[in-house]
Ligand binder design. Structure first.
Ligand code: HEM
Length: 421
């Protein structure tokens, strides 16, 4: 277990938002606790993560399923296995650049918008802009739909993500205050999203979308199997919107915020991109960003049989709450864990433990979109940093927020400037 005293007061931790923040500290301080008839145990050691993630006695629990449906990302067992087998060919791990043309297409739109914003010198909400980009990409990859470059889907998606997150926090951490007003909006946010999902399905049918897109595979499964319903398709589409759009947009947002607070490092990356054909500094900065701010900041599992992990025995229904954020900052494995030090990931680096850094999960549920997520993060960061400098336009303290993904508490107003070279 990490001691709070060790995590605070690290020499060189000069930015408040880099420190472990309150809501996670509250979770940490609780230790194993009872919730109804079940026990919830917080996991922060990589050795324990490995045992839980690879155990057949630990499966996904119902929390998110009850909110966002039984799609691939929240299901387990036979249903999960069948879906994973069906959807995997659209995201082949052996072909990591499979979606390169889609990324180029979506990125061209983002670059046009950034040029236009740079011309006006006005501030813009960074996270919303990046979510617009990642949404266009997932629509094209998964549904075969090309959204306009200025589509206004982002606020609707953010409303769904944030109201679902607030509701799930009530399950995860009964002691933290939840925002009831936000929770109340969840049913209408989900209805609004489902109307959009229905229009995606209708369009896929009308235009006979091909099986190179997940939607085509889902429509074929529905045609072949009477047990496969519209609700199944809806669940998978909701999953892809959630998993595919909010994750990458937040990695990129944190990267630009970190570079804004570490200008020497940003300059070094700019020099690398301007003067060499390498991108080692950029690569290592992305990995370090995902260490400090893993978008999927927790992974929960529920015991279906008795299992012992270190000093904790889980009986059926007990929960393991793997806090990726804390594992990634565990001082037993990382020196100066709260500092942004991309050189930890310099070429040839070795992880201190296989599960000391696992932003894409591991075991049978390893992220389906890992290659796409890596490609879009790297390519968009590279193109943006080559052309622009994105800087904060205010100096308000930054606070992370525990959404379904880890994100800045408020969208951060930024300015974008064309870089002089
Ligand atoms: C930087 C970007 C991303 C990160 C950090 C990330 C992270 C993760 C993590 C940690 C899991 C495992 C969850 C668990 O064990 O319960 C996961 C699963 C998943 N991710 Fe991603 N993801 C990213 C991008 C994407 C993209 C672009 C897609 C779109 C296809 C995607 C689709 C999925 C799906 C479908 C699963 C469920 C896999 C399964 O259970 O079989 N992810 N992701």
């Amino acid at each position: 277990m990490i001691s709070l005293a060790t995590m605070h007061h690290m020499p060189g931790s000069n930015h408040d938002f880099m420190q472990p923040f309150e809501r996670i500290e509250q979770l940490m301080n609780q230790g194993p606790r009872e919730s109804g008839s079940k026990k919830i145990v917080l996991i922060t050691d990589p050795e324990d993560v490995q045992l839980v993630m690879h155990s057949r006695s630990m499966v996904r629990n119902e929390t998110m399923r009850s909110l966002a449906g039984d799609g691939l990302i929240f299901s387990d067992g036979k249903k999960w296995r069948e879906r994973r087998r069906a959807l995997q060919p659209s995201f082949p791990p052996s072909d990591p650049t499979r979606h390169a043309a889609d990324v180029d297409w979506a990125l061209a739109g983002l670059m046009d918008r950034l040029h236009a914003i740079a011309d006006t010198s006005e501030t813009f909400p960074l996270l919303e802009e990046l979510l617009r980009f990642t949404t266009r990409l997932i629509y094209r990859v998964a549904f075969g739909i090309e959204l306009p470059v200025d589509h206004d889907m982002a606020p609707m998606l953010i409303r769904f993500f944030d109201t679902a997150a607030e509701t799930s926090m009530a399950f995860i951490d009964a002691k933290s205050p939840v925002n009831i007003e936000v929770m109340r909006q969840f049913p209408s946010a989900r209805k609004e999203l489902d109307r959009e999902i229905d229009s995606i399905i209708e369009r896929g049918r009308r235009e006979s979308v091909g099986e190179e897109h997940v939607l085509g595979t889902l429509l074929r499964m529905e045609a072949e199997d009477p047990a496969f319903t519209d609700e199944d398709i809806r669940d998978e589409i909701r999953t892809l919107m959630l998993a595919g759009a909010e994750t990458t947009s937040n990695v990129l947002t944190w990267l630009f915020l970190l570079l804004d607070t570490h200008p020497d490092h940003r300059k070094a990356i700019e020099n690398e991109l301007d003067n060499t054909s390498d991108s080692e500094l950029l690569q290592s900065s992305i990995l370090e960003t995902m260490r400090l701010f893993p978008p999927v900041w927790f992974i929960s599992r529920q015991a279906v049989a008795s299992i012992t992990v270190s000093e904790n025995t889980f009986e059926t229904d007990d929960w393991a709450f793997i806090c990726t954020y804390l594992v990634h900052r565990n001082p037993d494995y990382w020196e100066h864990p709260n500092d942004f030090r991309p050189d930890r990931f310099a070429p040839g680096y070795a992880l201190p433990h296989r599960y000391a850094w696992f932003p894409f999960g591991g075991g049978r549920h390893l992220c389906l979109g890992k290659a796409l997520g890596e490609l879009e993060t790297f390519e968009s960061a590279r193109r943006i940093l080559q052309t622009f400098r994105i800087v904060r336009s205010d100096s308000k303290p930054l606070k992370p927020r525990l959404g379904i993904v880890l994100k800045p508490f408020d969208d951060v107003p930024m300015r974008v400037e064309l870089r002089a070279r």
